[in-house]
Design a protein around this ligand. Structure first.
Ligand code: MN
Length: 254
């Protein structure tokens, strides 16, 4: 190898090295100690080169939520859809370095102050990032049952009892036309409410705090349930991680 080519390659790898380091900022809310990093072999690869916002770990294996959510759905949902939102979010904010230290929640909460050309991308992909980050964590293989702690009391006070809350939630998820989410959110008035949002719209956009949400995009259930969204909505309660939902509620009311 002649000396010029060698110098060029060294200079190129140094440049790439710096770019990689700059791209490795750790997402600020990626540190929950209760989350065990997935041992799935693909995850390390998936996390590479995404940029400032990183793929948060899936706290269980892809097949851990079966039979309620199947392995293949989880693989595509986490590895393709979730990773895609993060990549696109990083792409949108890359040209505005002044935004790179903001949390995704802050970006969504102040969408109207962002540069015009990235608002839609942040709404869709920042929403996709924040919504799914919550979604993985409020599910668990040993889930289901009834709510516990302060959220249990709050649900009873707001909806009468747990069953009527579930009915309310399933009805809102079932009647969302097209793609979207159904939420239990804490409003600005500090009251709990069931709401539904379209696409990847986050409750943070309107100043509400998402306590828990279920993904009713077809990508979340179609491989296993096809058009039976109602069956998916019913089955989903078997994987809800109530301690984590309660933790989010306590954080929201603090
Ligand atoms: Mn999804």
């Amino acid at each position: 190898m002649n000396i010029n080519r060698r110098n060029f390659l060294i200079s190129l790898s140094t440049t790439l090295g710096v770019m990689t380091l700059n791209g490795c900022q750790i997402s600020e809310d990626n540190s929950s100690s209760s989350v065990t990093p997935s041992t799935s072999p693909n995850d390390t690869k998936l996390a590479e080169n995404l940029g400032g916002f990183q793929l948060t770990p899936l706290p269980y294996e892809y097949d851990a939520l079966e039979p309620y959510i199947d392995q293949e759905t989880m693989q595509f949902h986490y590895g393709k859809h979730y990773a895609g939102y993060i990549k696109n979010l990083n792409g949108a904010i890359a040209k505005y370095p002044e935004l790179k230290d903001k949390s995704a929640e802050d970006l969504l909460g102040s969408l109207n102050t962002l540069p015009n050309d990235i608002r839609t991308a942040v709404q869709n992909n920042g929403g996709g990032y924040v919504n799914h980050k919550m979604f993985w964590e409020i599910m668990t293989p040993n889930g289901g049952g009834k709510p516990e702690g302060k959220i249990a009391t709050a649900i009873d006070e707001s909806f009468g009892n747990f069953d009527s809350f579930k009915e309310n939630f399933n009805a809102a998820g079932g009647s969302r036309f097209g793609s979207g989410w159904v939420w239990l959110a804490l409003g600005k008035d500090r009251k709990l409410k069931v709401i539904s949002t379209a696409n990847q719209d986050s409750p943070f956009l309107t100043g509400d705090y998402p306590i828990m949400g279920n993904d009713v995009w077809e990508h979340a259930y179609y491989l296993n349930y096809q058009n039976r969204r109602g069956d998916y909505l019913n089955a989903w309660w078997n994987v809800v991680n109530w301690p984590e939902v309660n933790r989010r509620y306590e954080q929201a009311v603090r």
